[in-house]
Design a protein around this ligand. Structure first.
Ligand code: FES
Ligand SMILES: [Fe+2]
Length: 414
């Protein structure tokens, strides 16, 4: 359900009390949701998938977000295009299947047909003077880098991708994303507003009560200090954890591995973060049950495990968490005011063979179980927020990153 907005959005923004969760309307009103999509989500670069999903000419998949459906299709070895899935004749969806292969993009309604570069072929029975060059598919901004596909839905010039993300290049390269392949992909549709999915993902206040398995993989002092990335925990906990982090960084550096910390604040466009952290200084090289790598072929330039994990935040709905053996892409895609598609995609080295070098369930284990627990708690959160008695509540010192996110969000839609 979605609520009717009783007050003007700008009034609600101006009434926001810093350090508290948002008013009910932000989590369920269609009007707020439309504003979120128009001013924020469609104006940022979003991570959508890995190129290995569409290896051959004509391979495509759909990226459905809000009311939009974007066709991501391979035109050639070198070129991947993105188009709005909207026929230029009378507007039908063109691709109806979620993924597949097409030699041409042919509309199922009256058979207008487009080349893989979006140009319209001459349609039947159009009147004199019809200029087919004016009716190519609407292109969506796309950036393909190191095997990663990003799109931006903006009608205008998108943000400068390189200016926003050039700092990530060294880590993209080190983790070998260009030489990766998809090992597992799973979908977890959440019945809740996209901001609840984000807020939950960037705090670890709930880790102890909700995530037994995750708490086995990651030690308690780390989860408290920076369980949801740099800046997510209380200052004192971070100070206490700092010597462990310093020691791990030193070891990792000695192996020739880059160590990073980039942390953009609420005034930035993307609220990006890049940080390398130890998974667990107590013998866990990977996020697995036994701490052993989930894939025999380490990714990228890792010759040996440094027990580290790289957290890449491209924006609050696009992430990669990359270990030495496996990298997981995280996509939170708003569908309407109270529905969000969550998709996890695990990458391994392209030469790793399933059943020989890795087992898909083992690769996916900890995050599969964790994200299902997250789905439950965020849906319950949304249900409670719809009550007449809901009112914004205060954040703990372990929810510092959520407070930053909310400020960034309000800056973005203001
Ligand atoms: S709407 Fe696509 S051909 Fe008519
Ligand atoms: Fe969680």
């Amino acid at each position: 359900m979605s609520a009717i907005l009783k007050e003007n959005i700008d009034t609600l923004i101006s009434q926001y009390q810093d350090g508290y969760s948002l008013e009910q309307a932000f989590y369920c009103s269609d009007e707020v949701y439309q504003r979120d999509m128009n001013r924020l989500i469609s104006q940022r670069w979003l991570l959508v998938d890995h190129v290995s999903r569409i290896p051959n000419k004509g391979d495509y998949f759909l990226f459905d977000i809000g009311e939009e459906s974007i066709i991501i299709i391979r035109q050639s070895d070198e070129k991947i295009n993105a188009f709005f899935n909207v026929c230029r004749h009378r507007g039908s969806r063109i691709c109806l299947e979620h993924e597949g292969n097409k030699g041409l993009l042919s509309c199922p309604y009256h058979a207008w047909t487009y080349e893989l570069d979006g140009q319209l072929r001459p349609p039947r029975l159009m009147p004199d003077g019809f200029d087919k060059t004016q009716f190519g598919l609407h292109a969506c901004h796309i950036k393909v880098t190191h095997g990663l596909i990003f799109v931006c839905l903006s009608k205008d010039t998108p943000p400068d991708f390189d200016a926003e993300f050039s700092e990530f290049n060294e880590m993209f390269d080190f983790h070998g994303f260009a030489d990766a392949k998809i090992a597992v992909k799973r979908d977890y549709p959440n019945q809740c507003n996209w901001k609840l999915v984000v807020e939950n993902f960037i705090e670890c206040y709930h880790c102890a009560p909700a995530h037994a398995e995750y708490c086995v993989v990651h030690p308690e002092d780390q989860l408290l200090a920076l369980g949801a990335g740099p800046g997510s925990g209380p200052k004192e906990a971070m100070e206490k954890y700092q010597p462990i982090l310093d020691e791990w960084e030193e070891k990792s550096r000695a192996m020739g591995h880059p160590v990073y910390e980039i942390d953009h604040d609420e005034h930035s466009l993307h609220l990006a973060q890049l940080a390398r952290l130890p998974i667990n200084d107590r013998n866990f090289a990977a996020e697995t049950r036994d701490g052993k790598p989930a894939s025999n072929k380490l990714m990228g330039k890792f010759k040996q495990c440094d027990h580290g994990e790289t957290a890449m935040v491209f924006n609050p709905i696009s992430y990669i968490l990359a270990s030495n053996d496996v990298a997981m892409m995280v996509r939170f895609t708003p569908r309407d005011a109270v529905n969000t598609d969550v998709q996890l995609t695990w990458l391994v080295h392209k030469d790793a063979e399933e059943g020989v070098d890795y087992d898909a369930d083992n690769v996916a284990w900890v995050w599969d179980v964790t994200i299902k627990q997250d789905k439950k708690i965020t849906e319950d959160n949304n249900a409670g927020i719809l009550s007449s008695r809901y009112q914004p509540g205060p954040y703990s010192t372990q929810e510092a990153r959520v407070a930053t996110f909310v400020r960034w969000y309000l800056n973005g839609i203001r």
